[in-house]
Structures are given as C-alpha cells and as structure tokens.
Design a protein around this ligand. Structure first.
Ligand SMILES: *Cc1c(COP(=O)(O)O)cnc(C)c1O
Length: 325
C-alpha cells in the first residue's frame, strides 16, 4: 500500500480557482472550487482518482478482467470502463434495472467505451458479482472486482493523494480554506479526505452532503469510519476516531437517490449561469444546493473561505432532459 504505486489515468492536478461572480453574490463569503469534474477520464469525475489505485492493483495481481456494479447512470461504471480501455482490460458492468429501449447519458458512454453490460433487475448494488466472477473464471479469465462506487481502501488512497494535491495548491495560491463541501455517497471520497487532512495538516471543516438516504449497504458514517480505521495502520496514524467524529450533513437527501427536485435544479442553474460550470443532477447538484443553503442562511462563520469540491457527473444530465428543462 503506497501512494506512489498508481496507474496514471487523470489530468492532475485538477484546477483550484475562485468563483468570482458567485462570491460577489455573497458579501460574507469567498467561494472557491476544486475541479475534479476535469480529471480528464472520459468526461471526468472523482472515480478517476480511485481507479488509479484500483487498476494498478488489477495489473499487479495479473488480472485481465474487471467487474464492477452500479446504477445505469453510474459515473463510477463509466469511468471504470474507460480506465479498463486504457489498461487493456475486459470490463463487465452489473447495472440495476432492466435493459432500456434507448441508451443515453452514462449508460451510452459505457457502451461506447466497450463495457460488457449485464442488467440485473432488482439487484442494484452488485449482488450478482460473485456469480459472474465464477462464470468468467470458468472461461479462464482472471477477474478483479472493483467494489460498488470504488469504495475500499485502495479507492480512498485516491483522495488521500488528492488532499496532498490540494495542500500544494493552497500553498502556491497563498490561500486558506475554512470549509469544504462535497457530495458523499459510497464512502471512500470522504474517508480519503479525512485521512488526508490529518496526514497533511489541513485545518478545514469538512461538510459532506449525504446523497443517498436509503443506504442499503449500511450507515455511511460507519463505512467511512471502517475505511479510516483500516487505513490507519498503513499510514502509521495514531489518532483515535469515533463515530461522532465523522461529519455528515443529512438535511438535503429527503427526495431520495437520483430524484431531482427544484432545489437541485436551481443549484445547477445558479452555478451554470454565474460561472459557466456544469454540475450533475444526482450528486453535485444536491451538494451544491446544500452549500448554497448554508451560505444563504449564514450557517457557517461569516468572512470564511469556502471550497466546493466538484466531483463530476456531467453525463447524467443527459438522462434528465425533461426534469431539468
Ligand atoms: C460517486 C460520486 C460521488 C460520491 O463519491 P463517493 O466516494 O461514492 O462518496 C460524488 N459525486 C459524483 C459525481 C459521483 O459520481
């Protein structure tokens, strides 16, 4: 386990810049953005950073085939297929629901990128992975499983490394950040950020916005805590973390996963029309809505520097044409 042992996939570092027009609308806050929507891998996103470590491990283990799972509009699946194309790996996706008549958004891109797609009906979180693995092994394939959302310890390394990148940029720009907002869902982005901030000594408050209130795989706080505890031994960290130390803002997830409301829609339009930057309907639209609500209601200290960590998701907009119009 080592931060240097990665398969290069991203255009890194991603830009860190000020949102000047948006900051002008809030007298008491300076707002910045970290552009992980620009990681470069088949339209970018946060999974690129995780995949640099997951794909390296696939190659180190001499595997030739990858399986992962997600929603039909999964950004994670789309980036995994793209990474496999670069690394010369066969990629199987298990996607919940039935085969649609037409492909669009991330599903269309995954198809173009060469995914072998299996529609799994009601099994939406990779329940069928082991069966598929057995079948592929009968065909003499060497299979590596990338977990749901790319969220295991290897995935978290991507965001430990990202915090190091952020630290260098803050130094270069002579900037201090007080609060960091981002969308949190399967856990490794948040776990990586939390460990990274302790490792590299960044003293900002994380405000992760919870996206999926259903959480069929367990409470997100527990998943994040487990990932942190697992990683501590590799990095010789001695700080004790308790469940109460895991921040998670659950006030903005009421509509349920993937359900777009006027709140996300307005957040998407706000950033698009002030800064020319596109969010997505599932993750970043919701997280940005949460952040705007904090700023409008002055829920955080006035005069603060606030960072929105954009985690990607652009292609999903093309699946929400009607709702977004
Ligand atoms: C997956 C994803 C997230 C959430 O990251 P996790 O590591 O799963 O918490 C946020 N934003 C976008 C666009 C994503 O695709």
């Amino acid at each position: 386990m080592n931060l240097q042992n990665k398969f290069d996939l991203g255009f890194l570092p991603t830009p860190l810049h000020k949102l000047k027009n948006l900051s002008n609308k809030f007298l008491n806050y300076q707002i910045f953005i970290k552009r992980d929507d620009q990681t470069g891998l088949a339209s970018g996103g946060n999974k690129t950073r995780k995949l640099e470590y997951l794909i390296q491990k696939t190659l180190d283990d001499k595997c030739d085939t990858v399986i992962t799972a997600g929603a039909q509009q999964s950004n994670h699946c789309r980036q995994t297929v793209a990474a496999c194309a670069i690394a010369g790996l066969e990629c199987h996706l298990l996607l919940g629901g039935d085969k649609p008549k037409e492909y669009n958004g991330n599903l269309l891109l995954s198809h173009l990128l060469g995914a072998k797609i299996h529609f799994t009906g009601g099994n939406r979180k990779g329940e069928d992975i082991e069966n598929l693995k057995i079948n592929l092994e009968l065909e003499d394939k060497k299979v590596f499983i990338v977990p749901y959302g790319g969220s295991n310890l290897l995935g978290a390394l991507g965001y430990i490394n990202a915090v190091k990148e952020l630290k260098d940029q803050l130094k270069e720009q002579n900037l201090d950040i007080d609060y960091i907002f981002f969308a949190s869902s399967s856990g490794a982005t948040q776990a990586g950020m939390m460990i990274g901030m302790d490792m590299y000594g960044i003293d900002a408050n994380l405000i992760p916005i919870n996206i999926d209130k259903a959480e069929t795989v367990g409470f997100l706080e527990n998943i994040v805590l487990d990932l942190i505890n697992e990683s501590k031994q590799f990095f010789h960290l001695y700080k004790e973390y308790r469940i109460a130390d895991i921040p998670l803002e659950r006030n903005y997830d009421k509509a349920g996963y993937g359900n777009l409301t006027d709140d996300e829609k307005e957040a998407i339009k706000t950033l698009a029309q002030t800064e020319g930057i596109l969010l997505d309907p599932v993750y970043t639209g919701r997280a940005f809505y949460g952040m705007l609500d904090y700023l409008k209601k002055s829920k955080i200290k006035q005069g603060s520097n606030v960072l929105f960590w954009h985690t990607g998701g652009l292609p999903a907009n093309f699946n929400y044409g009607k709702e977004l119009f």
